[in-house]
Ligand binder design. Structure first.
Ligand SMILES: Cc1cc2nc3c(=O)[nH]c(=O)nc-3n(C[C@H](O)[C@H](O)[C@H](O)COP(=O)(O)OP(=O)(O)OC[C@H]3O[C@@H](n4cnc5c(N)ncnc54)[C@H](O)[C@@H]3O)c2cc1C
Length: 502
């Protein structure tokens, strides 16, 4: 039985920021508990290698229930289970979002003017933000074609003004991935990091969270926090852990045999992700894109010099667009991958292809994440309701038409042969229903808000119980027009600010 000042559950994007800053800027004793293990692996360090983590022990890989809007397909939601969490697995794009996102939350202390200095501090401090270092000629051509087709000629596309096309701003530094663990965990003396330790429940006594119970190497342990516990287990892991601990919709908790200590009906509700659809193209003769990425020369270049194709994220370029002119801000991120993103990335026989991803930033559909049983090892039921609203399908159709116009513009047009997916004569509507996935940005499942039934208040405190905060993507009140790593780290930084100020 060990005692600390603070306990942080989950060493992901947000949890590393909370724990690293608490330990770095105060004498407090901090315990950071992570279910996964070390991040010292090639598939983490080598930027292009991260899809090799999928389906391994480094991936929680929760499946959704059958999704009605997708013809009852199940989606697999990848997320990182190691030091760095999903920041050690993601595609490394660094986008903060629009000022409208943060202003729209209408929460004191969270307007764009409030969070902009926090993002600036992150960018100039712990995190290293560069550009995808060695983009393929195809990616440069896409950026030029997007601009020729009317997308703003702005290089700074990470927010708050998003419009533009550019080589991807990315958490890649000197040819290596820069995760939140690399940025924030610096062997601080007062920070204890315990890995391969899965928290099974929070210990709640007299309306106060006293500590956590976790399993490590087959044995149960307890740890206690004199001050606060922060749950940063991600948008699926955090509602799961709160519900296992008796914090959630009381009826549902009772139905799975858990005593409801805090009836908080919206813990697990409001889950949102960005729907995503790929289109693919074959390349004109002479272009290879990433089809030769398994050539040993690229590995050698990376090992010796941290250079070459493997030092890139696969998402080499982005275009942020408005699918209709009357929108107040961009509603889509187009992602360019100079390969076929729809085939198994570990396949050794990659064809010369280019893919355009269409990630919808302002979907209407909402879902939920609810535990199925009191067993901490049982995956929760995840329902995203992707394309549950017709408007979301219509928006994706507009975006596919927009990217087709870019692909038909020089200097892109002469670099591709033809559209393979969905194909010039195909029914786009059916393609969207058959192939839409998400961008792996689950969020908003334990949201902050000003209403009495919002799970969190505007200081990330869990309503109905003392000494407990949530800091991660689940706390987002509404999903921003952004890839969710930067917003999650920002939330972790804000949580540390609140705790350090006490
Ligand atoms: C394939 C992929 C590509 C992506 N690409 C991008 C991108 O290019 N740019 C971008 O901005 N975002 C991207 N994202 C999303 C982004 O990385 C995540 O939104 C962000 O990292 C979430 O941060 P978080 O702190 O909420 O959770 P996480 O970083 O997932 O951290 C949660 C941590 O908690 C741990 N944990 C969970 N349960 C427990 C428990 N019970 N006990 C102990 N530990 C526990 C987990 O193992 C994990 O380490 C991508 C995601 C994926 C999967």
């Amino acid at each position: 039985m060990a005692a600390y000042d603070f306990i942080v559950v989950g060493a992901g994007s947000a949890g590393c920021a909370v724990a690293g800053r608490l330990a770095g800027e105060s004498p407090a004793k901090v315990l950071l508990i992570e279910a996964g293990g070390s991040d010292r692996r090639l598939s983490v360090r080598v930027p292009l290698a991260s899809p090799r983590q999928w389906g391994t022990a480094l991936d929680w890989a929760y499946d959704t229930d059958p999704e009605q809007g997708l013809g009852n397909r199940r989606l697999t939601l990848h997320s990182g289970r190691m030091l760095g969490g999903t920041s050690a697995m993601n595609a490394m794009a660094w986008v903060k979002g629009s000022d409208l996102d943060y202003d729209g939350w209408r929460l004191p202390g969270w307007s764009w003017n409030d969070v902009a200095p926090v993002f600036a501090r992150i960018e100039q401090g712990p995190m290293r933000i560069g550009r995808v270092p060695y983009p393929d000629e195809l990616s440069d051509r896409f950026v030029a074609a997007a601009r020729a087709a009317g997308v703003a000629a702005d290089d700074d596309i990470s927010g708050p003004v998003l419009d533009g096309a550019a080589i991807t701003p990315a958490t890649i530094h000197k040819g290596e991935r820069w995760s939140a663990a690399r940025g924030y965990l610096n062997h601080q003396k007062n920070l204890t990091v315990v890995t391969k330790a899965q928290v099974h429940r929070l210990i709640i006594r007299n309306g106060r969270v006293a500590g956590v119970e976790y399993r490590r190497r087959g044995r149960m342990h307890q740890a206690f926090a004199d001050r606060e516990v922060v749950v940063s287990a991600g948008a699926l892991g955090t509602p799961k852990l709160l519900q296992l601990s008796g914090i959630g919709p009381a009826d549902h908790l009772r139905s799975v045999g858990i005593a409801a200590l805090v009836d908080s009906p919206r813990v697990g509700l409001g889950l949102t992700d960005h729907p995503h659809v790929w289109t693919t193209w074959s390349l004109a003769p002479g272009f290879v894109g990433l089809s030769d990425m398994t050539n040993p020369k690229w590995l050698l270049q990376w090992v010796l010099h941290r250079r070459g194709k493997l030092a890139n994220s696969g998402v080499e370029a982005l275009a942020h667009i408005r699918s209709t002119a009357d929108l107040p801000a961009c509603d889509f991120q187009l992602m360019v991958v100079p390969a076929d993103a729809t085939v198994d990335a570990n396949s050794l026989k990659l064809q010369p292809r280019l893919s355009v991803g269409h990630s919808y930033w302002t979907p209407r559909s909402r879902g939920n994440v609810l535990i199925r049983s009191s067993d901490p090892d049982a995956p929760p039921a995840v329902r995203l309701n992707v394309l549950g609203e017709r408007d979301d399908v219509d928006a994706l159709i507009r975006a596919v038409e927009f990217s087709r116009a870019i692909m038909a513009t020089e200097p892109m047009a002469s670099a591709v042969e033809r559209e393979l997916l969905p194909g010039a004569d195909a029914d786009i509507d059916a393609h969207i229903r058959d192939t839409t996935i998400t961008t792996f940005h689950p969020a908003c499942s334990v949201a902050m808000g000003g209403e009495a039934d919002s799970p969190l208040d505007d200081r990330l405190r869990v309503r109905g119980v003392d000494n407990l905060r949530v800091a991660d993507a689940s706390a987002l009140p509404r999903i921003p027009r952004a890839n969710t790593n930067a917003p999650s780290i920002m939330i972790g930084e804000r949580c540390a600010d609140f705790l350090l100020a006490r």
